[in-house]
Design a protein around this ligand. Structure first.
Ligand SMILES: [Zn+2]
Length: 108
């Protein structure tokens, strides 16, 4: 899946048009729009200490990060995704994102 933020930016700048993508059922939440749990907040040890916590954890639903609760995501049509300018834009985006992520890890 291509980052939805990137698709929105490409749309905004006119690199792609609404005809260049199609809507697909979100693979992350399988079209439910929500996901269980709070990722990364608790560890197995926390659950071992407090079984109720685990139950609450499993019951908790959060908005799916990928589709933002819409249950569907934008997906580039295969022929559009194969375009060289689009592939460059996607590669640049993920390279930049990787730099931001490592800067965050270093506390920048
Ligand atoms: Zn989703």
């Amino acid at each position: 899946m291509i980052d939805q933020r990137l698709l929105n930016i490409m749309l905004e700048y006119g690199d792609i048009t609404v005809d260049d993508f199609e809507w697909a059922v979100c693979g992350r939440c399988r079209g439910e729009g929500t996901l269980g749990g709070y990722p990364g907040v608790y560890t197995q040890e926390d659950f071992a200490e407090d079984p109720d916590l685990f139950e609450d954890y499993m019951d908790h639903r959060r908005t799916c990060e990928d589709c933002g609760g819409r249950t569907t995501i934008k997906q580039l049509k295969a022929e559009v995704e194969a375009r060289e300018d689009i592939r460059d834009a996607i590669r640049d985006w993920y390279e930049t994102e990787a730099i931001y992520a490592s800067e965050r890890r270093m506390g920048a």
